[in-house]
Design a protein around this ligand. Structure first.
Ligand code: FAD
Ligand code: MLT
Ligand code: ZN
Length: 533
């Protein structure tokens, strides 16, 4: 298994260099953000923001206070001078999201070192009605992790200790600031695997993963964090610490409240500790990179893989030729492992099992049969760790390649697999030459990433995409947020996937846990339904 231990520090570095590159004033994305922060005809920028082509208009909640010198003294008293960050460069990075679409104006980043400190600063913020945004690795893709106005940013990145690991049960207990890749490495050394893996592993924190209920590349095998997270500790807006850090697989004593915090995107509390069930590392991993000439073949291949590979299937990912072109054109050192011509679709299939010869035999028989029946037109099996990493690099590199290509409208949809790609084709027909419509994602989970790569952010393009994409998804009873969350981007679109009664109940829960609405305001729930005095 060691041979397939793939590290993604490179991604971390490239994200960093991307951030640095894009923060220069002549970068088109940066210029866009700077040009459109206001839509207010000269009103105070701190009160009203329109994200122009991002279709998001927000008014600052007038009940929130602004920071003053007493606040700073209080925070310094609790956290120590160096964990109260006012440095402009550090704030610049913390104020802007990974895609460089959403930019806030926070003047303060707080770095608590333990739960008690989180509790003290939240209690204080609540009493002063200072709005806060919890931030992890800031790799979120829906504008949830950065302030909209002047919210105080709280990052638990210094809380990055592994608290306990039980080698018999495979249960890991750790602080929320642990970087996902570090947990993956730690578990690998212990002979276990993290049930979660994703392209941003080098930067994202487990607290951020839990708060977004991240899906990722192993979902098809290990399922959702709602199943794998056994317990957590969270701090509420008023500073109360909720200890739900259980380590039991079965526990039906009352309502299982931890689930409220999994996927609530920092709107109900700050996650400070997590316990996760991790499966043992198995000795044989195989990865195939395949080509299909039409989408129907991809679908059939998925059904076949589920049936024929069964329990050893551990990833089933896809990208179309547009996504492949972007990766080949924008990422250094990436090449298409399939020599012949251009193919319409590419699939990455991984198996993980405990018997090398049995697993390989099974996979080879599946591939042979799929080739003979014409489902796959070409394919290659990784021969070593380098080849395996290079296959994963192609799939995991798509978001980065899109970023390098320029402005991108991102949609993350759950749809019936048989319908999924029709949406990509319809969008292509709607947009014509004005944009590059790209489809990729977690086919095994029915999760499409529909991305529209455009020369610039433009209201005309946006009007071609929205609300069409949401209406289409709703009509097919899909979800407008499969795994990335709603954040700021889709807070007002929640009704496309959830009933009015459900959203009302969510708003009541929010009001109960965060009566002043200080936690990640303007995100997740629609402004129309949240009223704060
Ligand atoms: P952030 O981006 O900092 O925050 C995300 C949200 O969680 C925000 O609303 C924030 O307020 C909240 N939050 C963060 N930490 C806490 C905390 N301790 N307590 C309470 N709230 C908190 N996502 C997927 O689901 N699957 C993928 O395959 C995937 N691949 C990606 C690949 C790339 C290259 C990138 C850039 C992103 C990808 N993402 C993916 C999106 C993103 O990485 C995930 O949403 C991730 O879980 C976010 O973690 P983070 O620590 O960066 O959180
Ligand atoms: C992925 O699967 O690559 C991620 O969710 C990121 C993205 O959608 O771009
Ligand atoms: Zn994804």
């Amino acid at each position: 298994m060691d041979k397939y231990k793939v590290t993604h520090r490179l991604l971390r570095q490239s994200i960093k260099s991307l951030v640095n590159r894009q923060l220069t004033s002549n970068n088109p994305i940066y210029r866009f953000i700077s040009a459109f922060p206001l839509g207010n005809g000269g009103r105070n920028p701190q009160m009203y923001r329109s994200f122009g082509s991002l279709a998001t208009k927000v008014e600052r909640n007038p009940s929130f206070s602004s920071l003053n010198s007493d606040d700073l003294s209080y925070f310094k008293g609790v956290l120590g001078e160096k964990n109260v960050v006012q440095d402009e460069d550090r704030l610049e990075t913390a104020n802007i999201d990974w895609m460089h679409k959403y930019k806030g104006f926070s003047k303060l980043l707080l770095l608590p070192r333990n739960t008690e400190e989180v509790s003290k600063i939240l209690e204080y913020c609540n009493s002063r009605r200072l709005a806060v945004v919890p931030q992890g690795g800031n790799t979120g893709l829906v504008g949830g992790s950065v302030p909209v106005f002047d919210e105080v940013i709280i990052n638990v990145g210094s809380m990055n200790k592994i608290i306990a690991f039980d080698k018999v049960s495979g249960i890991l207990v750790c602080e929320a600031g642990c970087i996902l890749e570090n947990l993956i490495s730690y578990l690998d050394n212990q002979g276990f695997v993290m049930p979660l893996d994703l392209g941003a592993k080098g930067s994202c924190q487990i607290g951020g993963n839990v708060s977004t209920n991240a899906g990722g590349l192993r979902f098809v095998r290990y399922g959702s964090l709602h199943g794998n997270v056994l317990g957590l500790e969270a701090v509420l807006a008023n500073g109360d610490v909720l200890d739900m850090l259980g380590t039991l697989r079965k526990d039906n004593t009352g309502y299982d409240l931890k689930h409220l915090f999994i996927g609530s995107e920092g709107s109900l509390g700050i996650v400070t500790k997590v316990s996760i069930l991790t499966p043992p590392k198995l000795s044989s991993v195989n990865i195939a990179f395949l080509a299909c000439e039409d989408y129907l073949s991809c679908q059939k291949l998925l059904s076949e893989a589920k049936r024929k590979l069964g329990e050893i299937l551990s990833a089933f990912e896809f990208l179309d030729s547009h996504a492949m072109d972007l990766v080949l054109n924008h990422l250094e050192g990436v090449r298409n492992p399939l020599s012949s011509a251009v193919h319409k679709f590419y699939l990455l299939i991984e198996t993980t099992g405990s018997d090398e010869s049995y697993d390989k035999e099974k996979l080879e028989a599946f591939l042979l049969h799929s080739m003979e029946s014409g489902l796959i037109s070409d394919g290659v099996l990784a021969q070593d760790i380098n080849q395996a990493s290079s296959f994963w690099r192609i799939r995991e590199g798509v978001p980065e390649a899109l970023m390098r290509a320029g402005p991108v409208y991102k949609y993350d949809l759950s749809l019936p697999v048989e319908k999924m790609y029709s949406l990509v084709e319809e969008m292509r027909a709607r947009l014509g030459q004005s944009a590059n419509v790209v489809g990729y994602g977690h086919l095994g989970d029915g999760n499409l990433h529909l991305n529209v790569s455009a020369p610039r952010y433009d209201d005309t393009i946006l009007a071609q995409i929205e609300p069409y994409v949401y209406e289409w998804t709703s009509k097919h009873r899909g979800s407008i947020s499969a795994e990335h969350g709603l954040g700021l981007m889709k807070a007002n679109e929640i009704f496309y996937s959830k009933s009015h009664g459900t959203v009302q109940l969510m708003a009541s829960i929010k009001k109960l846990l965060d009566p002043n609405g200080i936690l990640n305001p303007y995100k997740v729930l629609p402004r129309s339904i949240l009223s704060y005095s």
